[in-house]
Design a protein around this ligand. Structure first.
Ligand code: ADP
Length: 464
């Protein structure tokens, strides 16, 4: 059977013409019609048939071109051009439907493309590392955060590689292997500490994803290192605080109980009461410092900034501490040049800084030592724009070991815990100083040499 439509039309014409030709030939032989008439009719019929076939052929060719154009547009993922004749025949209707279907496909394709772009943008901007694997653990997708977290090359195409081969840390490999083998594709979530490529605390979770082709898994890793360090700081703080509170409280309790049981000797009574008063004052100081620190950290009391005379701040603090210095046998002096520029600061907070620093200098300097408070002009490399005034407290005290200097501003950090307690310290003074200085956009520098003395310099930007 011929399959080409044109050939079928030609055969149909021949099949239509042959019976008439045979009939006319029979009539010619019987002498009923003239042979010339038969030839003329047959030629005319053939000419009409040829014209019909030619016109049909042209129409088919044009239709084929239009359908090819639709196919080409679909291949190029763009909407096809709508050129269809006005005819109402079945083929034209079918062509129109084809064009509508092609439009729907390209629309769908575009919206899928948009969704994919959005999805990729979301994955790119995520701070969590996301890895999608097939059921056997072969990588389908890795986002940028995952590449950074596991030190993978940003450009390499890792698709098809097993994820366990890409992560070198045994604990991570174990987690990935367990998630791949987990029966029924259950959701798993746990915290891991990995060492390779760096020490990180990770919140890891994995869940199955059903796709039409394969059961896949999505693994999400969240870097919780910072969070863990905050937790450690918080729990250290609570344990330090508990310790700080327990010591004076047990002293208060113990001496009060002894007194209640009755102490005959008046001198002993007075000594116990003195201890009770001292411990109560220590508790009050600790609470004051805690409130101060917590207010500063939470930004509860904002700075009350004004143009201040640094020499005045130094002078006031020195005056306040003179009596304490005298009691401890320390020579305390203040020294400030007259022409210092004003600083932009909160008077009460900077006073608190100077008193804390002087208190430390007096506490940790042996009898007959010297403590000097001063204010000095400082000019940075950028000239007057970086101008600052330094408030300096220098002592000739016991000094601080070099290894401890960097940690002095941590809450409750002391070089010698027992000695600080004995001196009535709370271990919070320098933490408070650091916070206040930071709020002023200033800097804090501690320099010390064992047995020689300590110099603490607080630089506060000059008022413009
Ligand atoms: P404290 O209440 O214990 O004085 P701080 O936070 O003020 O707490 O100081 C922390 C620690 O720094 C002190 O315990 C002390 O060991 C050390 N320190 C601070 N200032 C001086 C100083 N001028 N000389 C020697 N040691 C100092």
């Amino acid at each position: 059977m011929a399959s080409s439509p044109s050939l079928r039309v030609v055969l149909a014409v021949i099949a239509g013409v042959v019976p008439e030709t045979v009939l006319l030939a029979t009539l010619v032989r019987a002498g009923a019609v003239s042979a010339w008439l038969v030839v003329a009719v047959a030629a005319a019929g053939l000419a009409v048939a040829c014209a019909v076939v030619a016109s049909l052929g042209t129409a088919w060719r044009q239709r084929a071109e239009r359908i090819n154009a639709v196919a080409a547009a679909l291949e190029a993922r763009r909407p096809p051009t709508h050129v269809v004749p006005e005819d109402r025949d079945a083929m034209t209707r079918a062509e129109r439907r084809l064009l509508d279907a092609a439009d729907a496909v390209t629309d769908e394709n575009k919206s899928l493309g948009d969704q994919r772009d959005e999805f990729e943008a979301i994955l790119r901007s995520m701070t969590e590392a996301v890895v999608v694997t097939r059921s056997q653990g072969e990588v389908v997708l890795l986002n940028g955060a995952a590449r950074r977290m596991f030190a993978l090359d940003p450009e390499t195409d890792y698709r098809g590689r097993h994820f366990v081969e890409l992560c070198r840390d045994p604990r991570l490999q174990d987690f990935v292997a367990r998630s791949t083998n987990s029966a029924g594709g259950q959701v798993m979530s746990e915290e891991l500490t990995i060492q390779i490529p760096a020490q990180l605390y990770l919140g890891a979770s994995t869940a199955p994803v059903r796709t039409t082709q394969d059961a896949a898994r999505v693994l999400v890793f969240h870097d919780i290192t910072q969070l863990k360090s905050y937790e450690t700081v918080r729990s250290d703080f609570i344990s330090n605080l508990t310790h700080e509170l327990r010591t004076p409280l047990s002293a208060l309790y113990g001496y009060a109980e002894t007194l209640m049981q009755g102490v005959e000797d008046l001198e002993t009574q007075r000594r116990f009461l003195n201890i009770i008063a001292r411990q109560a004052r220590r508790l009050a100081r600790l609470l004051d410092d805690l409130i101060s620190l917590s207010d500063l950290e939470r930004g509860i009391s904002p700075l009350n900034l004004e143009n201040l005379d640094a020499a005045h701040v130094v002078g006031e603090a020195v005056e306040l501490m003179l009596e304490q210095a005298r009691r401890e046998g320390i020579h305390l002096e203040g020294q400030c040049p007259a022409d210092l520029p004003k600083i932009l600061g909160d008077h009460d907070r900077l006073h608190q800084v100077m008193v804390n620093l002087l208190d430390n200098a007096i506490k940790y300097t042996p009898r007959d030592g010297h403590v000097r408070a001063s204010a000095q002009m400082m000019t940075g490399n950028g000239g007057s724009a970086n101008a600052a005034v330094s408030l300096v407290v220098a002592d000739t005290g016991e000094g601080i070991p070099e290894r401890d200097i960097a940690r002095l501003t941590e809450r409750f950090y002391r070089v010698d815990r027992a000695r600080s307690r004995e001196m009535g310290g709370t271990g919070l003074g320098l933490a408070i100083v650091k916070h206040i200085v930071q709020l002023h956009h200033g800097t804090l520098k501690i320099e010390s040499r064992l047995g020689v003395g300590t110099t603490v310099t607080v630089s506060i930007p000059a008022a413009t």
